[in-house]
Design a protein around this ligand. Structure first.
Ligand code: BDR
Ligand code: CA
Length: 311
């Protein structure tokens, strides 16, 4: 399978990305690292262990990374993900351990140990990834590509202009997008094509396993929040677009584009300025998602919960 490290802030949609990466034979999940984002680092790290415990994902090291952005204060998304960062189901205490290394050390060790370049999949603020590139520039050659959820070709969700992951740490995003590494950006314009509506949630419920029950409760909470906060008929399952793209490259249409991160805007800090029509003359530094095959996406997600929920 494709060797992958997930760097995440679970988070409801991050949780489903962990399930998909662990369940699918096309992916070789080498490690999970956590970052402050949807909730504090302590909570996102606990949540990663909870998700792995409930899904029976063992032997994948989990390490905690940065507890704040490169600059400025921490900002969490309690209005969407709740006080725990993963509100909805009741979780028992995790039995999956926390790796004693910090996230940067775990990523470094994993990159050095693997015979092939590894794909990094960040689905939270890009703090850990930027810190890694700053601390270990020589590791760039061990990174196959960076496939991230963040940004948008259009409007934001945290400010009118900025998407949450980029808005939380624009300097980190800027470092990643200007790193020269191949970057794939799955943004809000793509993730809003995969809404967990009542019909979708019913497919998880119908699986009937304990894991499926937890997934149904996670999606129910997430969808309620999106209904209330954004008036949407369901919750966009943003983060699993990343691993879904790796599993099935035809699922999501990508176009090369120049992406600039707004660092100084009065009202637009953290915006991804995506030059879809080449009007700036800047060379593309990313491939950017445009169209998603939503039916095939949900089939993948439902299947991952079915596979992991068997016993
Ligand atoms: C992103 O922000 C987080 O709340 C989600 O987990 C996702 O990564 C969407 O803007
Ligand atoms: Ca996330």
């Amino acid at each position: 399978g494709i060797p992958v490290i997930l760097d995440c802030d679970p988070g409801h949609d991050d949780a489903f990305n962990i399930l998909l990466a662990a369940a699918h034979p096309a992916i070789d999940l080498l490690a999970i690292t956590t970052v402050a984002g949807n909730q504090t680092l302590e909570k996102t790290t606990l949540n990663a262990r909870r998700v792995c415990t409930v899904a029976g994902i063992e032997g994948v090291p989990i390490a905690a990374g940065r507890d704040r952005p490169l600059h400025g204060p921490v900002r969490v998304a309690a209005s969407i993900h709740g006080e725990s960062g993963l509100d909805g189901p009741g979780f028992k205490d995790p039995t999956v351990p926390l790796d004693p290394r910090d996230a940067l050390t775990l990523i470094r060790d994993t990159l050095l140990a693997h015979p092939r370049p590894v794909t990094l999949v960040p689905t939270g603020p890009l703090t850990n990834i930027a810190a890694l590139l700053l601390a270990y520039p020589d590791l760039a050659g061990r990174i196959e590509r960076i496939v991230l959820m963040g940004g948008s070709t259009g409007r934001g969700n945290t400010t009118p202009a900025a998407e949450f992951n980029i808005h939380c740490d624009p300097e980190a995003a800027d470092l990643v997008f200007s790193s020269g590494l191949p970057v794939t950006m799955l943004g809000l314009n793509a993730s809003h094509q995969v809404l967990a509506t009542e019909d979708v949630i019913a497919r998880f419920d119908a699986l009937g396993t304990p894991l499926a029950g937890i997934c149904t409760q996670m999606l129910g909470f997430f969808a309620d929040r999106y209904r209330e906060v954004f008036g949407l008929p369901g919750a966009p399952l943003h983060d699993p677009l990343t691993v879904a793209h790796l599993i099935d490259p035809d699922l999501i249409t990508l176009v090369p584009a120049s992406v600039a991160i707004e660092l100084t805007g009065t009202h637009t800090r953290g915006a991804t300025v995506v030059d879809l029509h080449g009007v700036t003359g800047r060379a593309p530094n990313a491939e950017v998602a445009t169209v998603v095959d939503a039916d095939r996406f949900w089939d993948l997600i439902v299947d991952s919960v079915r596979v992991l929920g068997r016993d």
